[in-house]
Ligand binder design. Sequence first.
Ligand code: HEM
Length: 529
Amino acid sequence: MSLLVPSIIVAVSCILLKLVLSAWLSSNRIWSALKKVPGPKAHLLNGNLDIIGSIDDYLPSVKKLCEQYPKMFPLWYGPTNPVLMVSDPVIAREFNKSANTKETHAHRFLREWTGPGLLYSNGELWARNRKLLTPGFHFDVLKPYMIVYNECTDILLEKWVNHAEQGKPFEVLEDFCLLAFDIIVQCACSTQLNPQTHGSKHPFLAASRENTALVEARLYNPLFSNSFIYGLSSSGKKFYSNVAYSRQFAKEIVLQRKAALENQDNINESRKHLDFLDIMLTAQDSEGVGMSVDEIVYQVISFLYAGHDTTSSSLSWLMFSLACNPECQKKCREEVDNVLGSRTDLVWEDLAKLKYLTLCIKESQRLHTTVPILAYTLGEDTTVEGYTFPKGMDIEFPSYVFHHDLKWYKDPDKFNPERFTAENSKGRDPYAYIPFAIGARNCIGQNFALQELKAVSAKIIQRFEIFTNDTSYHHIPSVILKNKGGIWLSLKERRDSVVETKKDAVTFGKSRFLLPPDMSFGWQFYILY
Ligand code: HEM
């Protein structure tokens, strides 16, 4: 007994020593590798933070450094947090050949929130789930979602009639955020929350926004890297309470759906579509093992998060681009009028016919790159351009810089949709255009997102003319790209339109059954099918 305590102390000390030693050795390997690569001189106390400047200056600073070091360079976010920034898309391809993981500080913090869903998991867990979820994005599954896009956009259009009548500029990101959330929650979980008309922000959206901001702030405080210490702070308490809420919210949806699936009688036979949740609840791997409820909860949170933030940013920038370029807007409108005639609802077959609008979407995603920096951690030792970089080293692909590279884009700051015609795209390296990332960790939702962007924007253009008083912008790289001061547009309802508008388009009579309002905040939710 008397020897027990000293033995425990020795054992714990040995484990701690081993942990510290291996962390030190790994950092040392990274530092030795990075020392060999030319780059800006790092300060002992703040690394390269003085060159990078504030978040307002971040993108221009990185772009300038990429021009100065056109292949790659080490960048120190503070004294102990180096990454290798890859300036050249062709070299980025070399780094993407091995299995990269998502293990940076930001990924770790975000994973604490979403859990190990597809977005932030790694290794075998990620590979298994990616395989199980891929069928959920097959075109046959996506096609019926057109109904949801049409119905949700009708709600937005009715709200926007007021803006058109007032003729004053208004900030659009918030409305697009509600729209995209409305769409994803219906398509992913067949659940209706009516976030666009509820009058107050849905708590999942509030939690999602607050946690993104908290993660951004956490990156600047090395003490908060430790989850236990972070949990004691007021920011940490808010963060973990948002985590608990989001999981409870997602779990409620999953359990209700699981019960309904188990009791087939409850499911109406004329269901309009399969959703991601059905696929997750019924998918099995090669050994016949399905996903656990917790695993599905993490996927639901990841999908709801990834599926609304990026899409709303893309939609806002697309509308801004069209407002700044009236001649392009006019061409889109002519195309939409030709394709739709007097119809207001789009059908799947319309999407392929909206060729010019598609070029505008691509160009807007280039100029205003939604996810401007992609970060990874090397999954194995990797040799590129004669340098060997160790497993565990963080790398970044500045997709925003790739999208503004003079080598691939003439007049990169100009909005020119024609650069994406098949003819003009010839010879462009695929890594020079990566709005949805590229390789194994590319966006699983990209077809869904493009379909949604086309359908929503076509309906807006059909109904309104879009204007802006200020064509200047200042890109801010939050997790997604924002404009400093927001995106402000004004609208005019079209008088020349041949369509019949649907004032009573918004009906909620499709709900099959109502779940108890157990998520508080006065929010009820409806399982639709
Ligand atoms: C315009 C809209 C969208 C853009 C620009 C976009 C962009 C991206 C990018 C750049 C990544 C890679 C992130 C990284 O490596 O850190 C990604 C991953 C992902 N996206 Fe999207 N996304 C969009 C819409 C969506 C939608 C609608 C969904 C869900 C339906 C979705 C689900 C995901 C998921 C689950 C991942 C992780 C994939 C994996 O690692 O296997 N995204 N997205």
